[in-house]
Design a binder for this molecule. Sequence first.
Ligand code: AP5
Length: 207
Amino acid sequence: MIYILLGLPGAGKGTQGELLSKKLGIPRISTGDILRDAVRRETPLGKKAREAMERGELVSDEIVIGIVEEKLKSEDCSHGCILDGFPRNLKQARALEELGLPLRAIYIKVPEEEVIKRLSARRVCPNCGAVYNLITSPPKREGICDRCGTPLIQREDDREEVVRERIKVYKKQTEPIVDYYCRRNVLIEVNGQGSVEEVFSRIMEAM
Ligand code: AP5
């Protein structure tokens, strides 16, 4: 089974995706993480993706669909996976459907004002990828990753003006796929407000 996580930027897809991955024993594939890693390493893929990501826009469908198709064919994903950040528009949703794999979409619903608050307080570890929130889940030592001791950073696209652009792009391009999966009877909608644990139990119950 392929589980697709949907929701506004900052809705908690990465956070819940990690928990689900541990619980179900299948990998979480985050297109955002793959692209950020390529940008950091200045690979040819990273060079192509950088500008769009810095502006809060989507990277080209060809690039992203190629990445996901390759991952889905790998041994790692032979028992399924959790897709975090893909599909992001109808073209990507159709490309995924063409692979003929069983799908379930989990829509984590959080109001816009809440995600803006969450993203301005998010800090991430550039080394191990751990995610913190200065308000709800701060690191034990200020500015330092609990897991690996690396200084934490703020994501480039978590600056307020870029967050607003990402929300605009989400509403225009990604929101229509909530309806797309609803019509196919594979959508689970979950209230994404409350603690991380509360949201996770709602997802498990709904599944
Ligand atoms: P991507 O990395 O996918 O970003 P996003 O979808 O905008 O999602 P985020 O990672 O910002 O948020 P999240 O929902 O995972 O929230 P999180 O769990 O971290 O994409 C980045 C860019 O890459 C795109 O803009 C685009 O350019 C490109 N890209 C990626 N995929 C693409 C595709 N398919 N096609 C084209 N381009 C693509 O939580 C957020 C914060 O809230 C954290 O601090 C967390 O600790 C906190 N938090 C989580 N849950 C709770 C809770 N219940 N209560 C309080 N705080 C919480």
